[in-house]
Design a protein around this ligand. Structure first.
Ligand code: COA
Length: 330
């Protein structure tokens, strides 16, 4: 009888556009201050893609790194899944198809997932299921965003929060549970949809001449639900797996707001040294935020094979989720 196959996080890669938009730059654009932004969010700067740099381009750069670090060739990839709320096209063709094409990956499953800032946890969940079904062997998952394209740079309550970037990972197979994705839980509640939205589609509002052009958010309400939901979610996944927070090597939360991260961290009694933080340099990059943060810790040589990672995310929808992962890469 053959051994059970588990899904494994084999590699990680990321890409951040070169152009930096600092809080000082924003001071010249809207009525805000570096002090206010740092105190309320922890963000100091964020990256902005070039006009002709698309979400798929950011995703391709992150993917190339992830594929190389997994020791694979593009021909080894048998599925491409992209999480994004800023796709190249609305909604066809999928950004995953464009990423696959730009990488020269042909004739494989490729599709996008819309789960906002929880997108990376959602595609991780799908990749795990596809691998453990026995059908797929090496899945490329990509969280990529060009959020600058949906931001109103006259609205100080939103434009200070978000940035552009991409992160990618290879989900492969292992027979070793200590190098496997241990658990993922994801959820959603559409009753909160109105609190965080990107532009309306013509299909929903065919006669609306003034289609909403930008991301809209009720920040304070989102903040409160995010803290409560994320705290409950991480407590639940740990208890479901009979684990204590002291067993976690790296806590890699969605990088939306330092105060949200701190609230969850304090509830779990996590030391700050074990918490990966990139929110100060990239802001909230939505579906790209967790893999970008993970990549940072990986490139700093903090994450090694067998380390236990705890991921958590919360976003528009509302959607949320968390995951416990034994890192399976080199
Ligand atoms: N600079 C200066 N003042 C600002 C500002 C800015 N960039 N943005 C808002 N303000 C002002 C408001 O106008 C308000 O002024 P008032 O009291 O005179 O009306 C005051 O600051 C407080 O606004 P409020 O929205 O209550 O602040 P807050 O403490 O909730 O912080 C956020 C605002 C957006 C930083 C915070 O709510 C947040 O991070 N929410 C979650 C966002 C998020 O993570 N979204 C993505 C989910 S994945």
């Amino acid at each position: 009888m053959s051994n059970k196959i588990f899904a494994s996080l084999k590699s990680i890669g990321a890409y951040a556009p070169k152009k930096i938009l600092s809080n000082k730059d924003l001071e010249k654009m809207v009525d805000t201050s570096d002090e206010w932004i740092v105190q309320r969010t922890g963000i100091k700067e964020r990256r902005i893609a070039l006009d002709d740099e698309l979400t798929s381009d950011l995703g391709v750069k992150a993917s190339k790194l992830a594929i190389k670090r997994a020791g694979l060739k593009t021909r080894d990839i048998d599925a491409v899944i992209c999480a994004t709320l800023t796709p190249d096209f609305l909604c066809m063709p999928a950004t995953a198809c464009i990423i696959a094409s730009k990488l020269g990956i042909k004739n494989v499953l490729a599709f996008d997932v819309s789960a906002a800032c929880s997108g990376f946890i959602y595609i991780l969940y799908l990749a795990k299921s596809l691998i453990e079904s026995g059908v797929h062997k090496n899945i490329l998952i990509v969280g990529a965003e060009k959020l600058s394209s949906v931001l109103d740079y006259t609205d100080r309550s939103t434009c200070i929060l978000f940035g552009d970037g991409a992160g990618a990972a290879i989900i492969g197979t292992t027979e070793n549970k200590k190098e496997a994705i241990l658990d993922i839980q994801i959820s959603a509640d559409g009753d909160y949809a109105h609190l965080l939205m990107t532009p309306r589609s013509r299909a929903t509002y065919p006669k609306d001449e003034k289609i909403l052009q930008y991301l809209q958010m009720a920040g304070n309400e989102v903040f409160k639900v995010a803290v409560k939901t994320l705290t409950n979610d991480v407590v639940e996944i740990l208890s479901k797996n009979n684990m204590r927070s002291s067993q976690i090597d790296h806590f890699i939360p969605h990088q939306a707001n330092l105060r949200i991260i701190s609230a969850v961290r304090e509830k779990l009694d996590f030391p700050i040294e074990k918490t990966v933080l990139t929110v100060h340099k990239y802001g909230n990059t939505s579906a790209a935020s967790i893999p970008m943060a993970m990549n940072e810790a990986y490139e700093d040589k903090k994450i090694k094979r067998g380390d236990l990672l705890l991921l958590d995310a919360f976003g528009g929808g509302f959607t949320w989720g968390s995951s416990l992962i034994y890192f399976g890469g080199e």
